[in-house]
Design a protein around this ligand. Structure first.
Ligand SMILES: [Fe+2]
Length: 126
């Protein structure tokens, strides 16, 4: 694990999604949601932290993903806390409603490796 793999003081965000480090693969929040929804109708947003190419993040006392937060156009709309050892795979599901098209962004926090931001996910509202 090199020090360049992560930062505790800055947002961790991959520069090249085609060449993710092992560190990024286990910390990155990934959003799954419909790309097109109806205004003000709830839809499901699933966020999975890590597990890219099967590289799961540890879940143990002393090292775990503490929380994930979801933003719509930089407005925080939900935050889920995880506690160590008793969750499986760091999956959070939120029901979201949008009035207009928005870009969803998820950030996850590991107590040892800082805040990680995944790919922006555009949802268009019809
Ligand atoms: Fe970590």
């Amino acid at each position: 694990m090199s020090e360049k793999d992560y930062s505790l003081t800055e947002l961790n965000k991959p520069k090249d999604w085609t060449a993710l480090t092992e560190m990024a693969k286990k910390h990155m929040p990934i959003i799954e949601a419909p790309t097109s929804v109806k205004a003000n109708e709830p839809f499901q947003v699933k966020i999975k932290i890590g597990g890219i190419d099967g590289v799961e993040h540890p879940n143990m006392l002393g090292h775990w993903i503490n929380w994930v937060i979801l933003y719509a156009d930089l407005r925080p709309i939900g935050q889920i806390y995880f506690y160590p050892t008793m969750t499986n795979g760091y999956v959070a599901t939120l029901h979201v409603t949008l009035e207009k098209s928005a870009t969803l962004i998820a950030q996850g926090y590991c107590n040892l490796h800082g805040v990680w931001e995944g790919k922006a996910f555009k949802v268009s509202v019809k």
